[in-house]
Design a protein around this ligand. Structure first.
Ligand code: NDP
Length: 444
């Protein structure tokens, strides 16, 4: 049995009932085969693949809090500190009822390679809880966040582990967590990113993942002789990533015709109205039905199906495994030329294979959505220097990072005889740096 298959079998055996984690490991290891084969003896002796697929530390803890009726509630919480070979652990905190250890491990594992790709000194980690901030009062969210941080603060720090936002964790939650960290430790340090602008946050962080997705998509299209301007774009999701991906796509001259949330999707042939979308989602925190009822040009479709809309470019920006094989078939049948992942692992493995086999340019999330974490690292730099950069300074750096990520991914794919396979290119480019750092640091 090959080294890759041996390690994959061990991961499945030792991490039962964690299908998302298995899926992420499988996808990464499969595309690393050419690299592993070139270095098999050395990697085996170092147990490199066993170590890189096993988190350095996994924290599981309970979070008790009191709701508005005086009832005590309790949630499960996790922080997985996956790999610190190239820098302090860095990765978001997801608050969603679907969160479990396997999901956090899949996200933490992906984060190692994504963070490496940014070229910045950040290791991989991820955290979260099955707490659902939706429908909770501000006081309830604060009670949860304070209790969550009362346990987590012992294990994080500006040079140790720097969490950030993710699904369900926005500026409000980060603010409450930061306040509690400061209160418990007495330290005013860059321990979280995604902070508010009045207390150490970076301009352009909110926009960074969506904007970065478009900078990379534009570069990928350009490399293949295609212009983004004038193209029709399908965006899924209507959260942080989706909103700013749609905004930047429009700024770059494309037309965005859809957004979605967990209850349905809208098709707006005249193009999504970003101001209205932001009002509905960021201010009113309402469902897309409210967007649809304010736009006569718009169709509302309950449930799934956003990828059946005709487009040139699809940007899945909601959640994992949202773009299935059937969706991939619909995209290909409708003439889609490129898919770039704004969310983490939104495309199932069979859908990814189908898209690539049918000549669709495919940018995997760990490269395409790395703009968020890259800008988080820029926030860490500003905090350490006690400085604030302007929006344009951060945006300029972000653009440079995304273009550079694409070029490295493209180069790595070509170097290993897989030109145009950006999934392999991203995994290889991200992996090589971490592998070298791990081996240089000995058996730790
Ligand atoms: P948000 O919580 O702001 O938005 C998530 C969006 O996806 C919402 O519209 C939500 O709809 C929808 N969604 C969530 N779960 C499901 C589901 N199970 N089925 C259908 N729709 C769903 O999150 P973000 O925009 O921050 O994150 C989106 C994705 O991007 C995630 O995969 C995240 O890990 C990834 N990402 C985020 C980064 C960031 O900087 N924010 C950085 C890199 C990656 P509803 O409101 O109805 O639940």
């Amino acid at each position: 049995m090959s080294y890759v298959d041996e390690v994959y079998e061990r991961v499945v055996r030792e991490n039962p009932s964690q299908p998302e984690f298995h899926q992420a490991v499988r996808e990464v290891l499969d595309s690393l085969r050419p690299v592993i084969e070139r270095n098999e003896e050395k990697y085996r002796r170092e147990a490199l693949l066993e170590r890189i697929t096993m988190p350095e530390r996994q924290l599981l803890f309970r979070v008790p809090w009191v709701d508005d009726k005086g009832q005590v509630q309790v949630n499960n919480a996790f922080r997985v500190q996956f790999n610190s070979a190239i820098g302090p652990y860095k990765g978001g905190i997801r608050l969603h009822p679907s969160v479990n250890l396997g999901i956090i491990k899949f996200l933490g594992f992906e984060q190692i390679f994504k963070n490496s790709l940014t070229g910045l000194p950040i290791g991989g980690g991820k955290g979260g809880s099955d707490f659902d901030p939706k429908g909770k009062s501000d006081r309830e969210v604060m009670a949860f966040c304070q209790s969550f941080m009362t346990e987590l603060y012992k294990y994080i720090g500006a040079d140790v582990d720097v969490p950030a936002g993710d699904i369900g964790t926005g500026a409000r939650e980060i603010g409450y967590m930061y306040g509690q960290y400061k209160r418990l430790t007495g330290k005013y340090e860059g321990v979280l990113t995604g902070k508010g602008l009045t207390y150490g946050g970076s301009l352009a962080r909110k926009e960074a993942t969506g904007y970065g997705l478009l900078y990379l998509t534009e570069e990928m299209l350009k490399t293949n002789g295609i212009e983004l301007a004038g193209k029709t774009v399908v965006v899924s999701g209507a959260g942080n990533v989706a909103i700013y991906a749609a905004q930047k796509a429009i700024q770059l001259g494309a037309k965005v015709v859809t957004v979605s949330d967990s209850t349905g999707w809208v098709y707006d042939p005249e193009g999504i109205d970003i101001d209205l979308l932001r009002e509905v989602k960021e201010v009113r925190r309402a469902r897309l039905t409210e967007y649809a009822s304010a736009r006569p040009s718009c169709e509302y479709h309950p449930g799934k199906g956003v990828f059946t809309a005709k487009c040139d470019v699809a940007l899945p920006c909601a959640t994992q495994n949202e773009l299935t094989l059937d969706d991939a078939k619909a995209l290909v049948a409708n003439g889609c030329i490129a898919v770039a992942e704004g969310a983490n692992m939104p495309t199932t493995q069979d859908a990814t294979e189908y898209l690539m086999a049918n000549g669709v340019l495919f940018a995997p999330g760990k490269a395409a959505n790395a703009g968020g974490v890259a800008t988080s690292a820029l926030e860490m730099s500003q905090n350490s220097m006690r400085l604030h950069w302007t929006f344009d300074e951060v945006d300029e750096k972000l653009k440079g990072i995304m273009v550079n990520i694409f070029r490295n991914v493209d180069y790595a794919a070509k170097e290993y005889g897989m030109a145009g396979n950006y999934v392999a290119g991203a995994n290889i480019a991200g992996f090589l740096k971490v592998a070298e750092a791990m081996m240089a640091q000995g058996v730790v």
